[in-house]
Design a protein around this ligand. Structure first.
Ligand SMILES: *Cc1c(COP(=O)(O)O)cnc(C)c1O
Length: 423
């Protein structure tokens, strides 16, 4: 055995497990023929795929570079060190831990580092665009801690900093989270830091959705202001599924201990290598163009949707994400997202702030431009997508019409090959 190429690997999979091989091939075609508008998804490069699918999955390496609990780390240590150094440099952070298995474990490690069960913590409420791990009641973060949740203002749908400040003064949380999953506007990191300082809380910024925009200079960075910054690596940052924690030197030891041995065992070295490659790609000049184009595309899409009578939450977007309320179109978010998916436009239904409907059948659909922008699509295509969304929503229930749209979508997609995909 001297070679190990993608084709020999996929041939091996095809002969060992044709069922899984077939399902992967079908998923690959699906990702290629649809316009993927889920804002937390993307396409990784072939280089990231190669690292992630590598033999590094074979190796155990509990501990950190130079301090491992297993022998044979001659090549793992430099891989992890490269990932750490690239993360520190890209984001200007004192320290980086690249071992979290994903975004949720990264956030859990923050609680382990700074809180005791029963302590008070504070974050943006899930129905307002926050994340489960910021204190929502069904998550461990809401079960093990006393969670206080702030929201957005009812008129402009912007983070209500006055509310954040008064809740922080009243409840004195140990940790204040900023960051979300359905918030289309800029985060005022500096004001959060000031509020946290005033009440003696740790300020943690969760940049999972926008890490790539921050790396590319299309969104202000929380790193100068936050005690700790957590992120996923697979959203706008365009790496493999994983997580990272950046922090000031002061918190290095608490964060590292919380990840290992506090929460996890051996790091996923194949993922670490994929993260290192993605960080190298994100440091290249072309990634700046990518990040800015993601925002331009989201703005064009929001603008076109608004001109077609969709209610765009907060009136537009500053980032990669557009949240629309379909009430005025006479359809719920769930049937709208279903119709769109049939039409080749993959999105997810979502609550809108102050949603009168239930979370499993909310009023909104969440859209994002990171994946389509990775295919090279620009404002023209973003407006085209908005027009298709409009048609699909009107054609909900008429499968023939939706299939016609899907055929047009697939035709456009042929002109914009997806990174890492052959078909
Ligand atoms: C995606 C996300 C997470 C969780 O990441 P997983 O990898 O799905 O565990 C945490 N916080 C925010 C803000 C996110 O968007």
């Amino acid at each position: 055995m001297t070679t190990s190429t993608t084709s020999t690997n996929s041939e091996a999979l095809g002969s060992t497990d044709p069922e899984i091989a077939d399902l992967i091939a079908r998923e690959e075609r699906r990702e290629s023929a649809k316009i993927r508008l889920i804002p937390s998804e993307n396409y990784v490069s072939r280089a990231v795929l190669a690292a992630t699918g590598s033999i590094l999955t074979n190796k155990y390496s509990e501990g950190y570079a130079g301090k491992r609990y297993y022998e044979g780390q001659q090549f793992i240590d430099p891989i992890e060190t490269l990932a750490v150094d690239r993360a520190r440099k890209l984001f200007g952070a004192d320290h980086a831990n690249v071992q979290p298995y994903s975004g949720s474990p990264a956030n859990l490690a923050v609680y382990l580092a700074f809180c005791q069960p029963g302590d008070t913590v504070m974050g943006l409420g899930l129905p307002m665009g926050g994340h489960l791990t910021h204190g929502w009641n069904v998550s461990i973060s809401g079960k093990y801690f006393k969670a206080v949740q702030y929201g957005v203002d009812p008129v402009h749908h912007l983070i209500d900093l006055d509310q954040v400040r008064s809740l922080a003064r009243e409840h004195r949380p140990k940790v204040i989270w900023a960051g979300g999953t359905a918030y289309p506007r800029l985060w005022d990191w500096e004001s959060f830091a000031a509020i946290a300082r005033e009440v003696g809380a740790r300020f943690v910024a969760d940049m999972a959705h926008i890490a790539g925009l921050i790396a590319g200079g299309a969104h202000p960075s929380p790193v100068p202001f936050a005690d700790v910054v957590t992120t996923t690596t697979h959203k706008t940052l365009r790496g493999p599924r994983g997580g990272m924690i950046l922090c000031k030197d002061e918190f290095k030891s608490a964060i590292d201990k919380a990840i290992f041995p506090g929460l996890q065992g051996g790091p996923h070295n194949h993922t670490t290598a994929g993260i290192a490659v993605a960080l190298r790609e994100a440091a290249e000049p072309g990634f700046k163009d990518y990040a800015h184009q993601v925002v331009k595309n989201a703005r064009a899409m929001a603008d076109e949707l608004a001109s077609r009578g969709f209610r765009v939450i907060s009136g537009g977007t500053d980032n990669h994400l557009v949240l629309i309320d379909l009430t005025a179109k006479g359809i719920g978010g769930k049937p709208a997202a279903k119709a769109m998916d049939r039409a080749g436009l993959e999105a997810n239904y979502n609550t809108v702030p102050f949603d009168p409907r239930k979370p499993f059948d909310p009023s909104g659909v969440r859209l994002g431009t990171p994946a389509m922008t990775s295919r090279g699509m620009k404002e023209t295509e973003a407006r085209k997508v908005a027009a298709w969304i409009d048609q699909a929503v009107q054609a909900a229930g008429d499968d023939a019409k939706l299939d016609n749209i899907a055929a047009e979508v697939a035709e456009l997609c042929k002109g914009f090959p997806a990174p890492g995909i052959d078909c």
